[in-house]
Design a protein. Structure first.
Length: 95
């Protein structure tokens, strides 16, 4: 499969599970071309920094994000913080 076809396939992807991969960072996920992604499961990784979620700003169709099982979920009011980071990141990405 050529690079062009791979990029086209990535844009069509709607659901992606990266569960249980010991991920500590999301760096580079914004460069893969997952523009059609609607559901992303990052459960049971080692994500501990809210700023990592800024890498998801280019995923404009993302509607479901699963983060349970990550250290980030133990932050007080983590759901509100995640939402705030996502909104801020998308706003910055759009400019």
């Amino acid at each position: 499969m050529s690079g062009r076809h791979r990029r086209g396939a990535m844009r069509k992807l709607r659901t992606l599970s990266l569960r249980s991969n010991r991920m500590t960072t999301l760096a580079g996920i914004d460069e893969v071309g997952l523009t059609g992604l609607e559901r992303l499961d990052l459960s049971d990784n080692v994500l501990s920094e809210l700023r990592e979620l800024g890498s998801l700003a280019s995923l404009g169709r993302l509607r479901r994000l699963h983060l349970h099982g990550n250290p980030i979920q133990f932050l007080e009011n983590y759901r509100s913080l995640v939402l705030a980071v996502m909104i801020e990141s998308r706003h910055a990405y759009a400019q």
